[in-house]
Design a binder for this molecule. Structure first.
Ligand code: M6R
Length: 593
């Protein structure tokens, strides 16, 4: 169980705990901080048990401490929970009124106490089988919000019950025992076989049996899936960090995206008929939203399709102007991001056709969208996304090319033009430039504020570069359209303030150079990131440092530049001694609103 939790450490957490059944009793072990604190717990070394539930917590309700850590116990029930019970205050008031007491500040303890309350009530009135299943389902029908629960009962200590709504949960099957986990990567070392639970389904699990029930408590046959990811793919394999390993996996991952498209290996591309849609609405969070901005650029500039990009956390609270000819595209590496999932569901409810661009196979968004195109980047463990983002950009490139083809727009973008045969070598050479990135990182590592500027698609790259830098190095940075800086923000530029300018577009290059000069005139230390075709135009009077990357097609330029920016962020964070794979305060999968 501890090993499983360790495999999910990358998701970010602040405390950990397990509950095990031993000699007919349920024992609890919890620790604040890293999993190692729990592992070193002396009494834990002596445990012999084959049934238990474990959890790493990323605090939402109540500070990260031992009391708030999961599992929680209330009467007969011990439980771990991912998600948020939104009406916990209401339920807590109800339970307090009934004399129930609480130790923690969490919504989870309320869920635990509520299930226990319903179970005890039912026990007094009914004497039938399946009372625990009934109690869990009844309690869940009163919960608002999201949950994936692993539940044990004191009076049946060798059984685990599991159910979910909106938070991921899988049931792993093996000859040596059965598992529940929020992600297959937790248990890949033990099994590749797993079932996905749907809303209002509940699994009853023991070491040798798994029974899944629907809400009517009928047993149901679930499809058994075979994971395509291997346990080795989830290891560092000699790299210092997962982030570095994943950056290095990009040449192959990008080539594979193009290969699937050009060699017609993914029929889902042709399921999207762009001639039917008058507009596209892309919805995503964080880096996936940045990749979507590149998607917008490609759809509008090459396929002439008006495209909007919405931040998923804002989407459900705004008016969605969807028509029957709007294509809604949801982009998500994990396929489990709560806000992106909510956006998908609203769009479907409103009758739009939905397309999902997803990495994690079988994830909730992938299953619920009308059409899903997988990026197949493989497991991404580092919290900061790298190959997740670039494979999304490449997928948008393929979709834009297909849209041009379907709309009979003259396109020069064929296999040769996209440099299909060279893209892996180009990216490998970009990654090999490490000394250049170290030089820039050395300059950035002791700074407090950094600006990224660029125009057009270069600005989209700035946004991703800036996010990468701040999330792993903790240096404040901002991305600005180069021409916008002088409308206020340039007042923050002081002697030595680093300004990183991305300039790769022919039509915009000179304009961006003028904007770089404006910042240099105010004392900025300017770093130009451009492509080899502009090398001859470079003079030190506008850029203190210049980095020239291989010139490639617009479809790939974002991938090339962002790969360099990922490495600059990586080297900067390394110099600052940051926890690169698990930056503070962050979680890999944001399954709460
Ligand atoms: O799994 P998703 O692609 O839906 O995740 C979206 C964001 O949470 C994610 O891109 C986040 O911004 C990353 N930490 C950025 O590196």
């Amino acid at each position: 169980m501890l090993n499983g939790l360790k495999n999910l450490e990358y998701r970010g957490y602040d405390s950990a705990g397990i509950a095990v059944s031993e000699n007919g009793a349920i024992k609890l072990y919890k620790r604040q901080g890293k999993l190692a604190n729990l592992e070193n717990e002396a009494s834990l070394q002596k445990v012999t048990s084959n049934t238990g539930i474990g959890h790493t917590r990323w605090a939402t309700h109540g500070i990260p401490n031992e009391t708030n850590a999961h599992p929680h116990i209330s009467g007969n029930v011990t439980l771990v929970h991912n998600g948020i019970i939104e009406n916990y205050n209401e339920l807590k008031a109800f339970l307090l009124d009934k004399g129930v007491t609480f130790n923690s500040q969490t919504d989870t303890e309320v869920a635990c106490a509520y299930i226990n309350y319903i179970y005890e009530e039912m026990k007094q009135h009914f004497n039938e089988e399946n009372l625990k299943l009934k109690a869990i389902l009844k309690a869940c029908s009163d919960f608002r919000g999201s949950y994936a629960f692993g539940i044990m009962f004191k009076d049946e200590p060798n059984t685990i019950y599991a159910t979910r709504k909106d938070s991921p949960l899988i049931v792993g099957l093996s000859d040596d025992g059965n598992f529940i986990a929020s992600d297959i990567s937790a248990i890949l070392e033990y099994t590749k076989r797993y079932m996905l639970l749907d809303y209002m389904e509940i699994a009853k699990i023991s070491t040798d049996t798994v029974t899944v029930y629907n809400e009517k408590l009928e047993t149901i046959d679930k499809k058994i899936n075979e994971a395509t990811w291997s346990a080795t793919e989830c290891k560092k394999n000699g790299y210092d960090h997962f982030m570095l390993k994943e950056i290095n996996e990009q040449p192959i991952a990008i080539k594979d995206v193009y290969k699937r498209y050009f060699e017609n290996q993914d029929e889902n591309y042709d399921k999207v008929d762009f001639s039917k849609y008058t507009n596209i609405n892309i919805v995503a969070c964080g880096s996936a939203m940045h990749a979507s901005l590149v998607g917008k650029y490609l759809f509008e500039n090459y396929a002439n399709i008006p495209t909007t990009v919405d931040i998923a956390s804002e989407y459900r609270y705004k008016k969605q102007l969807l028509t029957p000819t709007t294509l809604v595209v949801i982009v998500s590496q994990s396929g489990e991001t709560a806000d992106s999932l909510a956006a998908l569901r609203i769009s479907k409810e409103k009758g739009a056709t939905t397309l999902a661009i997803i990495n994690a196979v079988g994830s909730t968004i992938a299953r619920e969208a009308d059409i899903t195109i997988y990026t197949h980047a493989g497991p991404e463990i580092a919290v900061a996304t790298t190959k997740g983002y670039t494979t999304q950009v490449a997928t948008f490139g393929c979709l834009a090319m297909n849209a041009m083809k379907q709309k009979n727009i003259q396109t020069e973008f064929n296999k040769e033009k996209i440099e299909f045969d060279k893209i892996d070598k180009i990216l490998t050479s970009v990654i090999a430039n490490i000394e250049e990135y170290r030089k820039i990182a050395k300059y950035l590592s002791d700074k407090n504020d950094i600006f990224f500027i660029g125009r057009g698609n270069d600005y989209n790259m700035c946004m991703e570069g800036s996010l990468k830098l701040k999330e792993i190095s903790y240096i404040h940075s901002e991305a600005y359209p180069a021409g916008e800086l002088k409308h206020g923000t340039i007042s923050l530029v002081e002697e030595g303030t680093p300004v990183i300018a991305i300039a790769t577009e022919k039509e915009l290059y000179e304009k961006t150079v003028s904007n770089i000069k404006e910042t240099k005139a105010r004392g900025a230390f300017t770093i130009l990131i451009s492509t080899e075709e502009f090398k001859d135009t470079y003079t030190e009077d506008f850029a203190d440092i210049a980095l020239f990357l291989p010139t490639t097609t617009t479809f790939n330029e974002g991938i090339v530049v962002v790969t360099a920016l990922q490495l600059i962020a990586y080297e900067t964070a390394k110099l600052r001694g940051c926890d690169i794979d698990k930056p503070k305060n962050l979680a890999k999968s944001v399954t709460v609103e």
